[in-house]
Design a protein around this ligand. Structure first.
Ligand code: NAI
Length: 336
């Protein structure tokens, strides 16, 4: 087929467009929390992604502002009430979740738990029902707990596939790269820094010893860069002084990660991103590290590689907090 006419067929697996010999499969992406500070720009970026053939926007606050986006080739549909959540999700290949409250100054991500845990639980219950095979990109904080909550909900529904559940930690990677490049004098876009562990405070562990291009930064510089990466989100929360947390940079990070998931689904080789996933890299059941993405989601969870003594110490220091956050999520999902 060489037709560029958008198809309204619900099938996510038929071929829609072809460019020469190259065909792009139909992919439906749903954004839950699409009217929010992250959701709006993230939806816009997904709308512009040529790998997305249908975009479904859901928010209990409604998505009227986003609706005119359907006036071009990628059909966009907005859904605003819980009765429509099934329609929003049906046939989705990737579901991105930025629904929930953001931090205000003085709050930790864990302070969001009481509100966001319930939101994530109800959205994941609907995912299990309406698109059980979709890849889930969890943005809602505290990611260290919301990912385990999602896993428990899916397990209870009998739909859990550990290869398809991702906590989005891409913003930590973007921050680490940017701060490192500034110090090392490298070009940010050509810089790489793996970030492992979790997505809150000291659980965020950038591995500057593995940064490329390599540089000979002092211990003081590495300590300062690590702290700045860990506190990057809080820096934004304080600068916004009550108006929320990172939105544009998170939308950008979320779009990069979702694009990587879509490329993996479509069979593009060697797609590697850091993400918080079910893991046996450490003794913790969930852990962020480099992950190779493929046609079924996670193709391979990559190991940590050689760590500096400073990173080894950081790794041991983060484990109790990360374990507690994971257990808190599991407990919530089991008891509610
Ligand atoms: P926001 O308050 O601007 O937007 C949240 C949206 O979610 C609102 O439009 C709200 O109506 C919607 N919502 C609430 N309950 C819902 C439900 N049950 N179903 C559908 N939609 C619902 O918040 P913002 O700034 O967009 O942040 C969203 C989340 O992302 C927060 O939890 C924040 O902590 C997290 N975040 C995560 C980052 C990461 O690196 N993973 C970085 C920055 C923020």
């Amino acid at each position: 087929s060489s037709s560029a006419t958008p198809s309204l067929a619900p099938s996510a697996h038929t071929l829609r467009r072809s460019y020469g010999s190259e065909s792009t499969p139909e992919r439906k992406v749903a954004v839950l929390g699409a009217a929010g500070g992250i959701g709006q720009p993230l939806s816009l970026l997904m709308k512009l992604n040529p790998l997305v053939s249908r975009l479904s926007l859901y928010d209990i606050a409604g998505t009227p502002e986003l609706r005119p986006m359907s006036a071009t080739s990628t059909p966009v549909t907005g859904y605003a009430s819980e009765e429509q959540l099934g329609l929003a999700l049906e046939g989705s290949d990737v579901v991105i979740i930025p629904a929930g409250v953001p931090r205000k100054p003085g709050m930790t991500r864990d302070d969001l738990f009481n509100i966001n845990a319930g939101i994530v639980k109800s959205l994941c219950t609907a995912i299990a029902k309406f698109c059980p095979h979709a890849i889930v990109n969890m943005i809602s904080n505290p990611v260290n707990s919301t990912v385990p909550i999602a896993a428990e909900v899916f397990k209870k529904a009998g739909t859990y596939d550990e290869k398809k559940l991702f906590g989005v930690t891409t913003l930590d990677v973007l921050r680490a790269k940017t701060f490192y490049a500034g110090k090392a004098g490298s070009i940010p876009a050509a810089t790489n820094v793996p970030v492992v562990g979790g997505h809150a405070g000291i659980t965020i562990l950038p591995l500057f010893s593995q940064a490329t291009p390599a540089s000979n930064l002092s211990t003081e510089d590495i300590t300062a860069l690590t702290k700045r990466t860990q506190d990057g989100g809080t820096e934004v929360v304080e600068a916004k002084a009550g108006k929320g947390s990172a939105t544009l940079s998170m939308a950008y990070a979320g779009a990069i990660f979702a694009d990587a998931c879509l490329k993996g689904l479509n069979g593009v080789p060697d797609i590697v991103e850091c993400s918080f996933v079910q893991s046996s890299v450490t003794e913790l059941p969930f852990f962020a590290s480099k992950v190779r993405l493929g046609k079924n989601g996670v193709e391979e969870v990559l190991g940590l590689g050689p760590l500096s003594d400073y990173e080894k110490e950081g790794l041991e220091n983060l484990k109790p907090e990360l374990r507690a956050s994971i257990e808190k999520g599991i407990k919530f999902a089991r008891e509610n």
